[in-house]
Structures are given as C-alpha cells and as structure tokens.
Ligand binder design. Structure first.
Ligand SMILES: Cc1cc2nc3c(=O)[nH]c(=O)nc-3n(C[C@H](O)[C@H](O)[C@H](O)COP(=O)(O)OP(=O)(O)OC[C@H]3O[C@@H](n4cnc5c(N)ncnc54)[C@H](O)[C@@H]3O)c2cc1C
Ligand code: FES
Ligand code: FES
Length: 500
C-alpha cells in the first residue's frame, strides 16, 4: 500500500503537517492543549453540548463547503485534506469582532460565555451558507448548542442581526458575498493538499489506516480482522471518549471516494455508505417529504454533518432512527468484501442485538432505496423526551398504498425501540393486507402489534408504554391519512415531539 503517515490540513490560511500524530487524539484536545487555542471549549466530550463546535471546509464540486462539526468527536487524522476554522479564526488577526460576534454582544447573547464560542461557530456557518434564514432554520442550526444561562431568545436575535452588520477587515472569505477570488485562494490551497495516497499511522501501539481504494480496504480487513471501521466517528467517538476503550487498529473510511457516490438516475436511489446524514436526508426528503421531519429530530446539525447513513445502518442500534424509515421503504443494503459484492434486504441484515449479517472481511458499501410508487403515503414519528438531541423511546415509520377501493394494497409498519433490532411488525402488516383502511382494520393491527413485540422497560420508557405508543402512532398515521384523503389537508408535523 502506497501510504503516508503525515496528516495535512489547513488552519485558517496555513497548511499544517503532523507526522505520526496520536490518531485517537481529538481535534478539541489538539486545539486546546497543543495549540493553546482555548476558545473551543469542552463541555461533554460526547457531541451533546456544542461548546466544541468548529467549522470544517472541504472542496465539493469546486465550491467551498463549510459545515459545523463537534471537535470532541473529530480525530486528528479526520482533518486530512480539510480546512479547520475555529472561533479564533473569525477575526482574521484583526482586533475587531466578526459580525457574528458583534451581534452576540449587541443582543446580550452571552453570560458566563462557556457556550458562546460554540454558538458563534454555528452562527458563522449559518451566516456564510444562508442569506435569510427563517426561525426554523435558525433553530435547526443551533440544535447542537446548549446554553445554561442566557436563554435562546437573544442568541436567535443575534442570528438575525448578524446579517445587518458590516464586514470587517479580515480576509474577505470570512464575510458574506466574498469576492469569488477570495474563496478561490482557499479552494486552490485545499486542492493542493487533496489526499492522493492512503494514510498509515503508528503511534504508541495504535495503528490508524485510511485506505483510498476498496482493494486496500479489503487487504487491511484481511490483515487486521479485529480492526474497528470508522466513518463519521459519532458512535465510535463515544467508545473512545466515554468508555475509554482501547482501539488498537482503526480503519477510517473517509478517503474512499466511491463510498461518497450518490446515484438517483434510475428507479432506485443509491447512497454510498460515507454520505453524511445531512446529505442523505436532504436527498431522501426530495423523494419522500416525510424525511424533512426526521432530519429535524435526528441528533443535531453537527452530528448529522459528521455521521453517515452507512454508520447508522451498520451500527444497527435498536434505537437508530433512520432504519424504521428505510425498512418501510424496502431499502436494501449493499455489502462489499474481498469476495466481491452482495445485496440483501435491510430487514435481513439485522440478525440479533448488535449482530449483523456482515462477514469479517465485509463492509457496508451503500444503501439502495426504491423510488416508490407516487401514490405511496409515508410518515415517520419519533417519540423522545426532548425534541433536539435525544434518543428515541420509540421511532416508527409507515408506508401505505391503497387500491382504488381504498383497500390496503401494501403496508409497511416498522419500529425502532420495540425489539433488539429495528424491525417490521409483520403480523400487523399481514392482518391489514387486502382489508379496508378503516377503524376495524386498525384495531386488528393494534392487537397484532401487541402480539408481535415484547419491548424492554428501561429509563426511557416502560414496555407497556412502548406498546401503547407504537399502536397510537399507527392510529395517528391512520387519522392523518384519512383526513387528507377526505380532501382536508391536515398539516400535522409528521415527526413531532411527543413527551414520553
Ligand atoms: C450527540 C449524539 C446524538 C445522536 N443522535 C442520534 C439520533 O437522534 N438518532 C440516531 O439514530 N443516532 C444518533 N446518534 C448516533 C450516531 O450519530 C449515528 O448512529 C450515526 O449515523 C453513526 O454514523 P457514523 O458515520 O458516525 O458512524 P461511526 O461512529 O464511524 O461508526 C458506527 C459503527 O458502524 C460501523 N461502520 C461505520 N461505517 C461502516 C461501514 N461502511 N461498513 C461497516 N461498518 C461500518 C463502525 O465500525 C461502528 O461500529 C447520535 C450520536 C451522538 C453523539
Ligand atoms: S464537548 Fe460537548 S459537544 Fe463536544
Ligand atoms: S452563556 Fe453560560 S452557558 Fe451559555
């Protein structure tokens, strides 16, 4: 394998090279302890509080794409080939405040200030990426930032005011409507450090590989069968930070270009395993608008920017939120390994608690989602204690197709939080098939759901509560579709917060 041990990235307008760095050191630790750029704070070290928010830049189709990311879950080698922007970057070496910072001051958006740099970075991305965000867009951009003293109203005011304040004296790319040439400088520099070969780092008994081809990946999987595959690190990062697990060999998938492929030209939508949750959900919501709501309640924006659809599916958590919707859509999973490729229905991929049909040498390559018939009705609902950044008690997704007599031609009823794996209620589907879409059929289905599942009781919900919620969500779907079919558009928030 033709590889290098040097992690190369840009910080502001400088190129930084790290040779044989500790591959499990987080960007947060590096910024604070090595560079003494202490603006970026540590609150939780698990992606929940946003005090560590930084901005990562990448060239995508010759444009500079800026995204907020949690530095506590970003490992140093994940910066390879990218641009890192921290709160210290925003003044561009000048004494004046950036318009985002000035807006925070003028709106009194900060008290103890611990959360403030994280908010500033989330606002900076908003300021750069959107010109007139509405309240929902502002809320979504701030969904990964917690403030314990100020309250959110002044921060939301700052999000509006920042657009009205004049640009400062720093580099033009820090401000709105930069001259094209200003951003082009960054794009050209990023093109120069674009990774051309694999990474192979050895540090203090730890090994970190980032292959660039599937052949290299297959070879590494063969050589290190116990290696941990890593995608966006939003699950794996918690094993490192919170469980203090030693991961002697990590194989990072981020340099495998093929895993970022998206193809929606034919009758299927194929989404590569490394496509971020943000990009995957944006695409899927074009085809299935119910996904718009799933996006809002799935983690926070920085987690969706880092986490991948492949990682969510491969991790196979019983409370993973994309799987119920993917199961309802009859998604298939494509696996790749040294012996070639195979494809199987997603529902067959889950064998038991944290057990997937994945051979030692295989990895998830893509998800394939059929573009369903136009008359299909799809909804997804997540029930959790909080709206943002919370784990599902129950997550449900339903897909319905009726014939011209309003009898059920096809139905999918899929849940997370109800079993050891994300799973369909086949019994409920069976009793509904061919029957009219009415109260009697619904009652039969609700009984079947209770027969089909024996959920756990845990700190999030009791078993009985989960059953009741699963039944009531199906009822809600019934009411929603029925009212809509009677020609009275009912604008329910498909995935609305329901207090557990
Ligand atoms: C604050 C926070 C909030 C969260 N909120 C939610 C939420 O609301 N809903 C939800 O469902 N999840 C949530 N998560 C969990 C996590 O973000 C998702 O599961 C995410 O999709 C994982 O993707 P990743 O790319 O980060 O995976 P990683 O952490 O890199 O990997 C996860 C697992 O999948 C394996 N893996 C990754 N890619 C592949 C592949 N291509 N082939 C084979 N194996 C692979 C890894 O080995 C590992 O076992 C949250 C996490 C955090 C930290
Ligand atoms: S320190 Fe809390 S999200 Fe990173
Ligand atoms: S200002 Fe104190 S936590 Fe936000």
């Amino acid at each position: 394998m033709n590889s290098s041990a040097t992690v190369r990235f840009m910080l502001d307008d400088r190129i930084i090279e790290l040779n044989d760095c500790d591959p499990t050191r987080s960007v947060l630790q590096y910024l604070r302890e090595d560079l003494h750029r202490c603006g970026t704070k540590e609150g939780c070290a698990e992606g929940d509080c946003g005090a560590c928010t930084v901005v990562i830049g990448e060239v995508v189709e010759n444009e500079l794409q800026l995204r907020s990311i949690n530095a506590c879950l970003l490992l140093l080698p994940m910066l390879h080939g990218k641009l890192l922007i921290t709160v210290e970057s925003l003044q561009g070496g000048k004494p004046e405040l950036h318009p985002v910072q000035r807006a925070m001051v003028e709106c009194h958006g900060s008290q103890c200030g611990f959360c403030t740099p994280g908010f500033v970075m989330s606002l900076f991305v908003l300021y750069k990426n959107q010109s007139k965000p509405d309240r929902n867009q502002i809320n979504d951009n701030l969904s990964g930032n917690l403030c314990r003293c100020t309250g959110y109203r002044p921060i939301i005011e700052a999000a509006k005011l920042m657009y009205q304040l004049p640009a400062g004296q720093g580099p033009a790319w820090l401000y709105r409507n930069p001259q094209v040439r200003a951003e082009q400088v960054l794009i050209d520099q990023l093109q120069q450090i674009k990774p051309k070969q694999s990474l192979a780092i050895e540090y203090d008994g730890k090994r970190f590989f980032a292959p660039t081809t599937s052949e290299e990946l297959a070879q590494l999987k063969h050589q290190f069968p116990e290696a941990t595959l890593m995608a966006g690190n939003t699950d794996v990062g918690l094993w490192i930070n919170k469980q203090l697990r030693q991961l002697p060999v990590i194989i990072y998938l981020g340099l495998l270009k093929d895993l970022y492929d998206i193809d929606d030209r034919g009758s299927n939508i194929r989404i590569g395993a490394m496509v971020s949750l943000s990009d995957a959900f944006a695409l899927l919501s074009d085809y299935f608008p119910a996904f718009c709501d799933l996006i809002r309640q799935f983690a926070s924006l920085p987690i969706r920017n880092a986490g991948t659809l492949g990682g969510n599916v491969a991790n196979g958590s019983p409370i993973g939120d994309s799987m119920p919707a993917l199961l309802a859509l009859d998604a298939r999973v494509q696996l790749h390994g040294a012996d070639g490729r195979r494809e199987l229905p997603l529902e067959d991929f889950y064998l038991g608690y944290q057990q997937q049909d994945l051979a030692a040498g295989e990895w998830v390559e893509a998800l394939v989602i059929p573009k369903s018939a136009k008359d299909i009705q799809l909804a997804g609902y997540k029930v959790s204690k909080r709206f943002d950044q919370d784990i599902s008690a129950v997550c449900a997704s339903f897909a319905l197709q009726l014939d011209n007599k309003l009898h059920i031609k096809r139905i999918r009823i899929a849940y997370g939080g109800m079993a050891a794996i994300p799973r369909r209620s086949k019994q409920a589907e069976q009793v509904m098939l061919g029957k009219p879409w009415n109260e009697q059929t619904l009652a039969l289905a609700c009984q079947a759901i209770a027969d089909d599942f024996t959920p756990l009781s845990d700190l999030r919900a009791s078993s009985a509560y989960r059953i009741r919620v699963a039944q009531n969500l199906l009822r809600r779907f019934y009411l929603q579709t029925t009212v809509e079919m009677q020609g009275q558009p009912l604008k329910l928030l498909d995935l609305m917060e329901v207090s557990a």
